[in-house]
Ligand binder design. Structure first.
Ligand SMILES: C[S@@+](CC[C@H](N)C(=O)[O-])C[C@H]1O[C@@H](n2cnc3c(N)ncnc32)[C@H](O)[C@@H]1O
Length: 271
């Protein structure tokens, strides 16, 4: 953490940055890093995404200003440029700024774009990693994303098409033998699973859908690649949701016990 901190959290005009780009983790506030927690306690202003759990915002000191600048797919969202301008304005006014993002800021979080904008404005930035949903959601249902007994690695990919329609090479991924963790893939699951099967991945490959991991709304559905899109519909798996596809899924006891059946779990905070 920077030595130019003000322990009382007061705004100091003339002081600029660093802006802290902080990962909030997937939901449960206890999954926040200690460093992230310390930054949040010292911030004057927190610019937060929709994905950040409300319980975490409740832990902020009462003097902290919270600005919600969410960007949820399908909803009215804040322009990225406006977020950049707001961060820059607040930091230049001497406020201690935290930009808080769900999961990790550098995993499908536009963290790179925000770092560029801040640096171009002459501001220092410190990135504080968070636990990405792609690691936390599979683990929450007993799935290790790598295991040397069944895969040489893992690929984290987006299910969304890029700005220019570009998408992952599903056929190459199908042949890779990697565990596939698909972010933002719920609405395009039919296309994705078809492309993987066409690319040579067995329709019987174990898969799991994990929704709202580490929140009180957590749900999961163990299935197969072939049945996955239908199971999302049938069980009404809510957003945010992640798809995990690969042999590692079968290492979870729940896959063996409940394949093809949605299992709702009660969220249990750590003791
Ligand atoms: C814009 S990306 C942000 C990812 C985030 N930066 C991270 O590292 O987890 C949003 C996607 O992350 C996944 N996601 C985020 N939080 C999740 C959660 N608690 N449970 C399941 N998936 C989640 C979903 O695929 C969602 O559509």
């Amino acid at each position: 953490m920077s030595s130019a901190q003000n322990p009382h959290g007061a705004t100091s005009p003339g002081r600029t940055g660093p802006v802290w780009l902080v990962g909030a983790g997937p939901g449960d506030p206890e999954l926040l890093t200690i460093k992230a927690f310390r930054c949040l306690q010292q911030a004057d202003v927190v610019l937060t995404d929709d994905l950040v759990d409300a319980r975490l915002l409740e832990c902020l000191p009462s003097r902290t200003r919270v600005l919600k600048v969410g960007k949820r797919g399908g909803c009215v969202s804040t322009e990225q440029r406006f977020i950049h301008e707001l961060m820059i304005r607040e930091a230049r006014s001497g406020a201690r700024v935290v930009r808080l993002k769900g999961g990790d800021p550098f995993v499908f979080g536009r963290g790179g774009e925000e770092v560029d904008a801040l640096r171009e404005a002459g501001l220092a930035v410190e990135v504080i990693n968070g636990l990405s949903a792609g690691l936390a959601a599979p683990a929450s249902v007993g799935v290790p994303v790598t295991d040397r007994r069944c895969t040489p690695g893992v690929a984290f990919v987006t299910g969304h098409n890029g700005e220019h329609g570009q998408q992952p090479d599903w056929s190459a991924l199908a042949r890779s033998g990697l565990t596939l963790v698909v972010y933002m893939g719920l609405t395009r699951a039919g296309v994705i699973c078809r492309a993987l099967i066409d690319g040579g991945l067995s329709p019987q490959t174990p898969a799991v859908i994990v929704s709202a991991a580490h929140t009180p709304r957590q749900r999961d559905c163990f299935t197969t690649l072939e049945a996955l899109p239908g199971d999302i519909e049938r069980h009404g798996m809510p957003s945010p949701g992640l798809l995990v596809i690969g042999k590692v899924v079968a290492l979870s006891e729940s896959w063996r016990a409940h394949v093809g059946e949605a299992v709702s779990r009660a969220w249990e905070p750590a003791a």
